[in-house]
Design a protein around this ligand. Sequence first.
Ligand code: PEP
Length: 235
Amino acid sequence: MKIIAGNWKMNGTAAQLDEMIAAVSNVATRARVILCVPYTLLRAGNANIMIAAQNVSKFDAGAHTGDVSAAQVRATGATATLVGHSEARAALGDTNADVAMRAQNAINNDLMPIICVGETDTERDLGTGADVVRRGVRESVPQNAKNGEFIIAYEPRWAIGRGITPSAPQIMDMHKIIRETLDEMGFDNTPVLYGASVTAQNVRDIINIKNVDGVLVGGASLKKQDFIPIIENAE
Ligand code: PEP
């Protein structure tokens, strides 16, 4: 089963989410659809769509003004969360170890973490992209995680939100590296999503690349006229 995840970033209202949930629920698809929304919009999903947060705290509770714990997210009815998204890594100064703590808290609270990894344009140009991604997977997956408890999203940071799409061989190479790394770690049941500049036009080609189990969609997940065709074309 392919996975189509949307990331609304800091966009959207409850009314827009109502509309999106209704629209997604009307699509006949075998894909699993996940929508990552701002904290204020979190709620339970339904059989057609999982609702997810965009991050969770490293901490359980206490004096962390502005932070939101995995338990609090789970209490809204949401069932998944992004962790380690490049925008959150940049804003919060997260290391891979920080991301692993967030992912562990998600797992402890029955949330499916979507752990994001990816290289910058500088790292790509220096030829260290593969190492960064390999390390990203090794260090951002919590030590005690079990097979099937998490999802990986490969998001080339030089492409996200810029309308740049890597070539199919670039995506295939990186997904192969991620799959091999997960296999070495003993995780043979972990979906690996591709994310950056996915549209209704390119989703079919991307999702059929070897070792791509789904997509993470930013800008094109905001409007139903963009997101619904992505789900429809992802078969
Ligand atoms: C993202 O930020 O997760 C993302 C994939 O963005 P976009 O699709 O807009 O490149």
